[in-house]
Design a protein around this ligand. Sequence first.
Ligand SMILES: [Zn+2]
Ligand SMILES: [Zn+2]
Length: 175
Amino acid sequence: MTDEKPRLIPNGKCWCGCGKDANIGKFFTQGHDKVAEAALMAVQYEASVPRLLAEHGYGPDNSVRDAALTEGGWRYCDYGCGYAAAPSSIRNHIRKYHEQGSTTMGDESTQSGSLEHSIRTLGGLWDTTRGVTVLRDAGYTPDEKHVRGTYRRLAEAGLLVKVQDRPVQYRVIEQ
Ligand SMILES: [Zn+2]
Ligand SMILES: [Zn+2]
């Protein structure tokens, strides 16, 4: 959808209209994106989110959330908790709610690091079994779900590309 709209380019001034300079490559001085958003909400939508939704045809009977998932680039959390958001928010959400707070978190993050290191060093094809084996050889007690989570994260980071589903298999992208 956004592809059809002209690209916006920062011009050194804060786009909230305060007249201050913005840093190179930024549209706003720090925090002023929120100011601009609030100002637009006030002037166009009575500062009311229901009003905003209704004016764009959304509401309880026409889900804006579903629209974001189908055409707004949103996706569901990998852990199946039902949380939906933009990929960058999903990563934060996973870090906050699915990785931290777990008693093995420290161990799991070193496991992820260890697995990533092996993948970078060894290259080639990676299925769940290979990841589990490599981690077991490194002295961990790996969990398949965690290995797949690490693959997904590395795929998002551009180190791996998925070449097969069920059973899932990834290939290292040549740098
Ligand atoms: Zn400003
Ligand atoms: Zn989740």
